[in-house]
Design a protein. Structure first.
Length: 215
């Protein structure tokens, strides 16, 4: 007598994405170093008959970017697996101009890691780190954002669980411009004066060496 076999989800839909080419003519010339002469994007995804989704391949590569990952979602959309690894660095070790709006943002390197697998436990971890950030008037030698916690789907009517703790560490924050001090002249008007503390020299109307003001 043959025993009944459990239903096995089958693949109903499969998706594929392959993009490759030079997008630098569409971008600001300053971003040429980040994207280079070619950007490659690849993705492979499947939707099973039970409603679950699998992204077996997720890849994006350019001159200074390498991003790889995969993902599995349960029928209700709850994550069963997340794996994402990314790195930003120039092949020649030079600072990378990030393709962001606003002040020019440069880094020597950046890394991103996100990991979770329900098959091995409830633990999720994430870490993002960058080195030698320069943005406008700001310089940061190193910064790290890390977190970990539990991620568990609710079973038999129980509420799902998502918790964790996040930590942010920054090393050596310094402005690129000298600080500004305010002095009031005899007429009652404030004047902003840029002071270079390292040289103990004041650029403006107040001279810290002599204690005199030029009004």
């Amino acid at each position: 007598m043959a025993s009944a076999q459990p239903d096995t989800p089958t693949f109903n839909r499969q998706y594929a994405l392959d993009l490759s080419g030079d997008i630098s003519p569409l971008l600001h010339p300053d971003f040429k170093g980040f994207f280079g002469d070619a950007v490659d994007v690849t993705a492979r995804a499947s939707q099973l008959s039970d409603g679950s989704i699998r992204v077996d391949t997720l890849s994006m590569q350019s001159n200074s970017l390498d991003l790889q990952g995969d993902l599995m979602l349960a029928p209700g959309g709850w994550p069963e697996r997340i794996a994402l690894n990314g790195r930003i660095a120039s092949p020649d070790g030079a600072p990378v101009h990030l393709p962001l709006s606003g002040p020019r943002t440069m880094v020597s390197s950046a890394h991103l890691t996100i990991a979770y697998d329900a098959a091995t436990g409830d633990l999720w971890t994430a870490r993002a780190a960058l080195a030698d950030l320069t943005q406008g008037d700001l310089i940061i030698d190193a910064a790290t954002l890390s977190g970990s916690g539990q991620l568990r789907a609710g079973a038999e009517g129980a509420a799902p669980l998502f918790d964790g703790a996040v930590r942010f560490d920054v090393k050596n924050i310094q402005p690129t411009r000298p600080p500004r001090v305010r002095r009031r002249n005899r007429h009652g008007f404030d004047r902003c004066i840029a002071v270079q503390l390292a040289k103990r020299r004041c650029l403006g109307d107040f001279e810290p060496e002599t204690g005199r003001r030029r009004l």
